[in-house]
Design a protein around this ligand. Structure first.
Ligand code: HEM
Ligand SMILES: [Cu+2]
Length: 554
């Protein structure tokens, strides 16, 4: 079978050797089990989904050019558009791009491993993505729905049958990231090279580990909520029925995952900040212990504060507690800024495209984080809840914090993955384009939100039109700009200048692989042993790794 089911799955399952092709784009679309092919497949799916969901955002912005809507035929279509946009961006882009794409590729070599523990599980769960994306995207064509992307009952079960596809797609995407989390944790526990102690594992490994722990604990709640809702619709159960059901319990279960999920998006990105900043300021990582405490602190707090999403619904004694806890999340977040700024301070900074994007990401996230404090302050929340202020906030955190860093990481690792360099001029040109129009667009949303623009409503009062026009025009420029990195990446894959093995001079182990890396990551017949810190950039810092004769032949 040409698509690799036989060579990649069946034969190796019965003890045969897996055949591995190291050439051509086709290898990424086979049912192979090799982690780097799986990773690249995740990246390609994330980019494709980003463009599908991005087109919907453009449609929404066209609609909002007029107070009465000027693109969609009715309000239901508007609801479907922002729901599909949101779900795909969150569950198929933000949750999978860095974890599935960068993580599967770079985590094994970073800990000195040649493979992951469950390569088949990873391979198959990457193939969950396209059917799930299609199910979500086509949900309007199979009956539509009105409940919005969160699918709150009773609206979800009373609306159209499209919600069935929507919940199936959503649950499948959650499952994909959940399987990934299990594989990451197993790989980190069992496959670390000798000497890769807790105080030496790279920061990105901490980032993936903490995101994985959050996923493993919290995905079951929200995935079950989706499924119970589905059962209510399909087999007539009454989990969330208005009479006799636990209607409000859905919201609780939904936010059990979806608050920690935002940290699933940003923790790996913050970890990449530190990786990239260290390399491009050639300065030892500052406050490694603080950064580690940051990861642990956020995992500990972020699971407990989901109630801050319904401050306007629950008026009881828990409010001050949840408000306090939510605002405490800023403390471990501050640790990352401390480590990042401490490392930058006095460093010999090289403003390459990955570095530029990381610095921009830090600025954006700061604005997003500060406006989070307004959201989490109960009196302020009562004013801005369900307005465009909230939309501004989460786009600053997710696009600003995660997407800028994802693109930084794509440029940073491109030479390792493909053996070629991207075009720096166009990478930087787009970074500035992205930064400027991102801020024009989304800062406008804070303003229009405070002015009284409701979220999730297709129409608005005429006095808000000028501000909405400003947002839409900047959004179109922002959206069109993404063609630049797309062309840059595709063109550089075929024509970019040949890259050296370690073009940026990174010390972590993934830079010791040849470019592009072969099947076993480190083909030298030798195994790495970690003997010193990866982030020591002092004059006469010892080499962090020595290579010893491999026990198994390669
Ligand atoms: C990791 C970074 C963060 C991300 C990715 C993020 C993302 C989001 C998202 C997606 C929503 C909207 C959910 C919806 O559709 O209703 C949201 C709302 C909210 N965020 Fe954040 N957030 C982050 C950080 C913070 C911080 C640091 C705080 C507080 C200090 C905060 C407080 C809130 C609150 C209270 C809401 C609910 C607002 C409302 O609807 O009334 N967030 N956030
Ligand atoms: Cu939250």
């Amino acid at each position: 079978m040409g698509i690799g089911v036989w060579e990649g799955w069946v034969k190796p399952s019965f003890g045969g050797e897996e055949t591995w092709i190291n050439k051509g784009v086709g290898r990424y679309f086979r049912f192979g089990t090799e982690a780097k092919a799986t990773a690249t497949r995740y990246t390609i799916f994330a980019i494709a989904t980003f463009f599908i969901a991005g087109m919907l955002a453009m449609a929404i912005r066209i609609d909002l050019l007029s107070p009465h809507g000027m693109f969609f035929a009715n309000k239901e279509q508007y609801n479907e558009a922002f729901s599909i946009h949101g779900t795909l961006m969150l569950l198929a882009v933000a949750a999978l791009a860095i974890l599935g794409g960068i993580g599967n590729f770079m985590l094994p070599p970073m800990i000195g491993a040649r493979q992951v523990v469950y390569p088949k599980l990873m391979g198959i769960s990457s193939w969950f993505v396209p059917p799930a994306v299609i199910a979500v995207a086509m949900s309007p064509m199979v009956g539509g729905y009105e409940s919005g992307w969160m699918g709150f009952p009773p609206l979800s079960t009373l609306g159209g049958t499209g919600i069935i596809f929507y919940f199936m797609g959503g649950a499948t995407l959650l499952l994909s990231s959940w399987a990934g989390a299990i594989n990451f944790v197993a790989t980190m526990v069992f496959m670390r090279a000798k000497g890769m102690t807790l105080s030496r594992v790279p920061m990105f490994v901490y980032g993936i580990a903490s995101a994985s722990v959050l996923l493993i604990i919290f995905v079951p709640y929200t995935a079950s909520a989706f499924l119970f809702n589905l059962f209510d619709m399909v087999v007539g159960t009454q989990f969330y029925a208005l009479k006799g059901g636990l209607t409000l319990a859905y919201q609780d279960m939904f936010w059990w995952l979806f608050h920690p999920e935002v940290y699933v998006f940003v923790l790996p990105a913050w970890a990449l900040w530190l990786e990239i900043i260290v390399v491009f300021s050639r300065r030892s990582l500052f406050g490694r212990g603080w950064a580690a405490a940051g990861f642990v602190g956020i995992v500990a707090i972020s699971g407990a504060v989901g109630v801050h999403h319904f401050f306007t619904q629950v008026g009881d004694v828990r409010l001050p507690i949840i408000m306090g806890l939510t605002e405490m999340v800023s403390v471990p977040t501050g640790f990352f800024y401390l480590a990042a700024i401490g490392t930058l301070w006095g460093g010999r900074i090289r403003l390459t495209s990955p570095m530029l994007l990381v610095l921009m990401s830090m600025v954006n996230f700061l604005i997003g984080g500060l406006t989070g404090v307004f959201n989490s302050d109960v009196p302020a929340n009562l004013q801005i809840h369900n307005t465009f202020f909230v939309i501004g906030h989460f786009h600053y955190t997710i696009l600003g914090g995660m997407l800028f860093t994802w693109i930084a990481a794509l440029y940073y690792y491109f030479p390792k993955v493909t053996g070629r360099m991207v075009n720096e001029f166009w990478a930087k040109f787009h970074a500035w384009w992205f930064f400027i129009f991102f801020n024009f667009t989304f800062f406008g949303m804070y303003i229009v939100g405070i002015d009284g623009m409701n979220r999730r409503i297709a129409t608005y009062l005429p006095y808000l039109q000028p501000m909405n026009e400003w947002i839409s025009i900047n959004a179109f420029l922002l959206g069109a700009g993404f063609l630049i990195p797309l062309v840059n990446l595709v063109y550089s894959y075929y024509r970019g200048p040949i890259a050296s093995t370690n073009p940026w001079g990174g010390k972590t182990l993934e830079w010791q692989m040849p470019s592009p890396p072969p099947y076993e990551n480190f083909p030298f017949g030798k195994d790495p042993v970690v003997v010193a810190d990866f982030y020591n950039y002092e004059e006469n810092a010892p080499d962090p790794v020595i290579w010893v004769e491999s026990k198994q032949s390669t």
